[in-house]
Write a new protein. Structure first.
Length: 273
């Protein structure tokens, strides 16, 4: 039975039942926690949204973004107050990531996501192994570059991952932490703090494309946002309290799930006869 059958058009998708709504709200709560700690919450939220009859991938991606904007705002503020990340890197990185995300969202309806998935799986396996085999990686900040080179690499990372977030999405926060730890030399806690600021910008960038094109169900998005905010608040405080070691373990767990999920997608879409 549809629970929002009489609601104004554009607020909720047709066919949304109470059982499905409760399921996706639970997914949003857990996704907020995962995103706040290490990224990758879209792995839960996007598949849950696609359970709604008639929900297109672009509509699911848009609903995920409006929810994530609120969640990443809460976790960004929490990290900023307690960790005080250096905005001289995070702010410019966030601006170029916003532009990259807008471009990615523009391409989302043109390029099939399966084009990117095999490359992403290989990258995740490599990074997961590197993190597992190098226990000292991300334990403390040891910046590899300085000055213009540092900011140039940060900007390149922001554009590339912003584009990925706009066109596909799941694991964006994870990829940001990967880059900030392995390429720039931040510890996991400070990498997570900066990643939340950049991820907030990529979510906004995608929405700047989706909203004018009428792809967002605002009623559903705001309900998901409330659950996402709760999860983000709990997750960010837990990550700050427990530090880089806890984030490293959670990071490896999320990478493992990403590899399995995207690897299965590649097998189904490209390899299974």
């Amino acid at each position: 039975m549809e629970i929002f059958a009489g609601a104004p058009e554009g607020l909720f998708p047709e066919g949304l039942t109470l059982a499905t709504l409760l399921l996706i709200l639970l997914a949003a709560l857990l996704a907020g926690w995962i995103d706040a700690v290490v990224g990758g919450g879209g792995l839960l939220q996007l598949p849950a949204l696609l359970l709604i009859p008639g929900m297109t991938p672009v509509q699911a991606l848009a609903a995920n973004k409006i929810s994530s904007v609120f969640g990443t705002t809460v976790s960004s503020i929490t990290y900023f107050r307690r960790v005080k990340p250096d905005l001289r890197t995070a702010a410019p990185m966030a601006l170029v990531a916003l532009a990259g995300s807008f471009l990615g969202a523009s391409a989302a309806a043109l390029l099939p996501a399966e084009v990117f998935k095999p490359v992403i799986v290989i990258a995740l396996v490599a990074v997961g192994l590197m993190t597992a085999l190098k226990p000292a990686l991300g334990v403390e900040t040891q910046l590899r570059f300085s000055g213009r080179r540092h900011h140039g690499i940060a900007a390149a990372v922001g554009v590339a991952i912003g584009f990925y977030d706009g066109i596909l999405g799941p694991g964006t926060g994870t990829f940001l932490i990967i880059a900030l730890v392995s390429l720039l030399g931040y510890d996991f806690l400070h990498a997570s703090a900066k990643a939340k600021i950049v991820n907030l910008a990529t979510n906004i960038g995608a929405l700047l494309f989706f909203i004018p094109h009428g792809s967002v169900f605002f009623g559903l998005g705001l309900m998901l946002a409330a659950a996402n905010v709760a999860g983000s608040y709990i997750g960010s405080r837990m990550a700050i309290a427990r530090g880089s070691g806890f984030i490293r373990v959670a990071f490896l767990a999320v990478v493992a799930v990403l590899v399995v999920k995207l690897g299965y997608d590649v097998w189904v879409e490209n390899l299974r006869s």
